[in-house]
Design a protein around this ligand. Structure first.
Ligand code: FAD
Length: 572
């Protein structure tokens, strides 16, 4: 029987096993979603350009590819079926398609129905682009929602069961053997995060972000995107430097492992004005499109540690500039699978020897991918559809206009929003401790914040924003953390250089000119006392709440109300 492998726009990997057994390939470029809301121009350009490059690469590799551009998957399937003999060629059932289970909740079943309505069959198989399977999760969690009565997240946002990333992470390390030494974690500890909370000195230069010049196909795609859709954010291609092919994604990975990894851990939580990327890998767009298999960055980092590793904290990037010392040729950390992996420092010139990789950097990075990324994917699977609307703290304010126009005097917020507007990217701490922390203490609706992330970020898909934004960032449910990631201005002050140049005073909580984060934070704790006081690890925070007298609370409330008013009017 002829079987067509249907690949979605976030499954763009030419080395998938699912391709091996297929007779031909179907790609449907469906546009309707982007008509409904204004996505970042770079996000649409990235997704559609990556799909079109992938089509060409598959054809070059000898695959028979049907590429359909349509409003919806339904229309795309109509076109595909019209070209096929509806009997499937042998007088039997209609065309048979095979699809890796989509990451988005309910999409697999929806697509199966669409195919069935047209007389075909759709087989869903495990999605190879995640390292762990739903079966692995069930084995670890011991049970899953499928086996018990009610939803995991109740109407009030409270979770029936909650999961801890750290436990999952250790389990996956053991199962995969990554960074393991005879059953124990390499170095003796599972986690070196206490070393990963420094800020760089003023004269430290982060490594250059690897950039990929848009080719003609990407340019054409971008011009079409700008013409066809209402978009948000930077619509010039000047700052567009994302990898759009597997070869480029492998180059980006090499560049990170060579240049970014040594300082990744130490400065992972830092925020520096004018430096959106610091030592972050900037690989999430490529991983989420499928251009990289998540095993690849993990194994590459593990290998780099094996070759260049030093003890935790054993390399201080501040003493060395952006890269290491002597001139030498570079090792290649990619998988070498398709010959596209030729990163060599940019232009073939010899470059400096890569710097050592301290264990806290390697472990920290690996935890992000096999810990957090795999974890949030499974939590999403288990907790949907309730997760998307979870709103345990019953917050409902509209997102302040500064999220759309970046127009605010708050340095931290304007900087983070500008990174999103300019690049469709902000790093993890900006996402968590500025963009979602502000929305949380301000009282914004988690679902609206989720949508904002979804539209604005080049790496955003429903499966990844929803757990991160609704659960982790907004504490819409306690399914993955026992306390909210809420903080006052002091966290931003400790981890960034923003406060020194900000017109708001981080040292003050009340009165005109006080840092908006401060009054909002205390007011948030007070307002949500009933839900939060008894929650894990909030004791210390509430001891500070208890220390404040009535007069203090009155000025905090006044300032918080004023800040909310200014923010809502776009005047903060
Ligand atoms: P690095 O700091 O270099 O980390 C390495 C990799 O780890 C990332 O590429 C990513 O694949 C993975 N990773 C790390 N943390 C997470 C996490 N919490 N969830 C999933 N993957 C993780 N990630 C997305 O991929 N898409 C999103 O839309 C997204 N939205 C987020 C929204 C909020 C409010 C928060 C708090 C986090 C969000 N994240 C999202 C997770 C994380 O912030 C990004 O993956 C990361 O910033 C991407 O940049 P990077 O590739 O430079 O990451």
């Amino acid at each position: 029987d002829r079987t067509t492998c249907w690949l979605l726009g976030d499954q763009l990997n030419p080395d998938l096993d699912v391709l091996d057994a297929a007779d031909d390939v179907l790609l449907i470029e469906a546009h309707g979603f982007a008509d409904r809301r204004p996505y970042h121009a770079h996000k649409l350009t990235l997704v559609f350009a990556a799909m079109r490059h992938f089509r060409d690469e598959l054809r070059e590799r000898g695959h028979d590819v049907t590429y359909v551009r349509a409003e919806s998957f339904g229309e795309g399937l109509d076109e595909f079926f019209a070209e096929r003999d509806p009997s499937g060629g042998d007088g039997g059932d209609g065309p048979r398609l095979r699809l890796m289970r989509p990451a988005s909740h309910g999409a697999g079943e929806r697509l199966r129905e669409l195919v069935a309505e047209r007389g075909g069959t759709l087989d869903l198989v495990d999605n190879e682009l995640f390292w762990t399977t739903p079966g692995d999760w069930r084995e670890w969690a011991g049970e899953s929602r499928a086996s018990d009565d009610g939803p995991l997240v109740g109407d009030d946002g409270a979770a029936e069961r909650s999961y801890r990333q750290e436990n999952w992470y250790r389990h996956v390390r053991r199962e995969t053997g990554v960074l393991m030494d005879d059953g124990d974690p390499v170095g003796g500890e599972w986690n070196y995060d206490d070393l990963n909370q420094e800020t760089p000195p003023d004269d430290w230069e982060p490594p250059a972000r690897p950039t990929f010049e848009p080719d003609e196909l990407t340019r054409e795609t971008h011009a079409w995107v700008c013409d066809r859709f209402d978009t948000w954010g930077n619509d010039s291609l000047d700052e567009f430097a994302w990898p759009v092919t597997r070869g480029e994604a492998l180059e980006a990975l090499n560049a990170f492992v060579r240049d970014g990894l040594p300082a990744f851990g130490r400065y992972e939580d830092a925020m520096v004005a004018g430096e959106p990327f610091l030592s972050h890998s900037v690989l999430s767009p490529a991983i989420n499109l499928g251009l990289l298999d998540p095993r690849e960055p993990v194994r590459a980092v593990e290998r780099a540690y094996a070759e260049r590793g030093v003890e935790p904290g054993g390399y201080d990037p501040a003493e060395h500039g952006a890269s290491g010392g002597a001139t030498a040729s570079l090792d290649d950390f990619g998988d070498g699978g398709d010959g596209a992996n030729d990163a060599d420092g940019g232009d073939g010139a010899e470059s400096t020897d890569p710097a050592p990789v301290p264990l806290n950097a390697a472990e920290g990075f690996i935890r992000q991918v096999i810990g957090w990324r795999e974890f949030v994917r499974h939590v999403y699977r288990e907790a949907m559809p309730e997760l998307a609307d979870a709103n345990r703290l019953e917050q409902g304010r509209d997102l302040p206009p500064a999220y759309w126009d970046g127009d605010t005097d708050m340095r931290c917020l304007s900087e983070a929003v500008d990174h999103v507007r300019e690049y469709g990217y902000a790093h993890h701490i900006e996402r968590l401790m500025v963009l979602s922390n502000f929305a949380l203490v301000y009282g914004a609706d988690p679902a609206e914040l989720n949508e904002w992330f979804h539209l604005g970020f080049v790496d955003a898909y429903h499966w990844v924003t929803t757990p991160n934004v609704v659960a982790m960032g907004s504490f819409g449910t306690d399914v993955l953390s026992s306390k909210p990631y809420a903080s006052s201005g002091s966290y931003v002050n400790r981890m960034s250089d923003h406060c020194a140049d900000c017109p708001y005073a981080v040292s003050r909580t009340t009165g005109e000119g006080a840092c908006p984060f401060n009054a909002l934070y205390w007011d948030f704790l007070k307002e949500n006392e009933e839900t939060l006081r008894g929650t894990g690890r909030m004791g210390l925070m509430y001891s500070h709440v208890d220390d404040k007298d009535d007069a203090e609370w009155e000025s905090i409330r006044e300032r918080a109300a004023r800040v909310r008013e200014l923010a809502a009017d776009g005047e903060l």
